[in-house]
Write a protein that binds this ligand. Structure first.
Ligand SMILES: N[C@@H](CCC(=O)N[C@@H](CS)C(=O)NCC(=O)O)C(=O)O
Length: 221
C-alpha cells in the first residue's frame, strides 16, 4: 500500500508533510479532510489522531502525526535526498533551526495570519502589534541567511526549508487578502522587501510537482 496522508487545505503543517513526500518522490493517497464539516473531529479520525489534527501519515498499520515527525519518519525510510543532513554538524544545525522556527517564528506569524483568515484583525490589533517587531526581526534574519545560501542550510533543501516555507507563504497569503492589506504591515512584496526570501520561494515553487502540494483553496481567490 502506498502512503496515505490526511490533510486540510491551507494547513501549513500539512503542507510540510506534502512537500516531504514530494521531495522524496513518494506516491501517496490523498485524504483531504473538510475542516468546515468537522471531518477532523469524527470518531473515525480521532481514532487515527486523538488530537484531531492534521497532518497524519499512514504507512500500512503505522500512524505518524506531528508534521516534523512525519518528515523524520520519511527521511529514515527513504534516506535520499537527506532532509536531516549528512553529517553531525548539518543534523545538529537542522534541528536547531527547526526548534527555532517552532519556538520563535511560528506563534508570532500565526498571531498575524489567523486574525486575517478569521476576519478578526480589528479585535486582535493589540496582539498583532505586540508580535510585529519579533516577526520583522525573524524575517530580517531569514533574509540574511538566505542571502548566503540557496536553501536554509547550505545548497540543498532540508527539513528546515519544509518547516519554514508554509509559514512564510501563509504570511504572504494573509497579507495579500483585503483585510491583510489593510494592516499595512510592510512585508510585501517580498521581491522588494525580502528579495532573498522571494528567490528561495521561487526555487521551491520550481520543484517538479510543487503544484500538487499547493493549498487548493488558495487558488480560488
Ligand atoms: N504541531 C502539529 C500541529 C498540527 C495542527 O495544529 N494542525 C492544524 C491544522 S494547521 C489542525 O489540525 N487543526 C485542527 C484542530 O486543532 O482542531 C504539527 O506540526 O503537525
Amino acid at each position: 500500500m502506498t502512503y496515505q496522508i490526511y490533510w486540510i487545505a491551507g494547513s501549513p503543517y500539512s503542507w510540510r508533510a506534502l512537500l516531504g513526500l514530494l521531495i522524496k518522490g513518494l506516491d501517496y493517497e490523498s485524504k483531504l479532510l473538510q475542516a468546515s464539516k468537522g471531518e477532523h473531529q469524527t470518531a473515525e479520525f480521532l481514532q487515527i489522531n486523538p488530537r484531531g489534527q492534521v497532518p497524519v501519515l499512514r504507512d500500512n498499520d503505522k500512524i505518524i502525526y506531528e508534521s516534523i515527525a512525519i518528515l523524520a519518519y520519511l527521511d529514515r525510510k527513504h534516506p535520499q535526498p537527506p532532509l536531516f543532513g549528512s553529517s553531525a554538524e548539518e543534523t545538529g544545525m537542522i534541528w536547531q533551526r527547526i526548534f527555532e522556527i517552532e519556538n520563535h517564528v511560528h506563534d508570532p506569524v500565526s498571531a498575524i495570519v489567523r486574525p486575517v483568515y478569521f476576519d478578526q484583525t480589528k479585535e486582535k490589533m493589540v496582539e498583532i502589534t505586540e508580535v510585529l517587531e519579533t516577526v520583522y526581526n525573524e524575517f530580517a534574519s531569514i533574509e540574511t541567511v538566505l542571502g548566503e545560501n540557496n536553501f536554509y542550510i547550505g545548497s540543498k533543501i532540508s527539513a528546515v526549508d519544509l518547516a519554514l516555507f508554509p509559514l512564510v507563504m501563509s504570511l504572504q497569503r494573509a497579507l495579500s487578502l483585503e483585510n491583510g492589506k489593510a494592516l499595512e504591515l510592510n512585508f510585501l512584496p517580498f521581491e522588494e522587501r525580502y528579495p532573498n526570501i522571494a528567490s528561495w520561494i521561487q526555487r521551491i515553487e520550481a520543484i517538479p510537482g510543487y503544484e500538487k502540494t499547493y493549498p487548493p483553496n488558495w487558488s480560488d481567490t
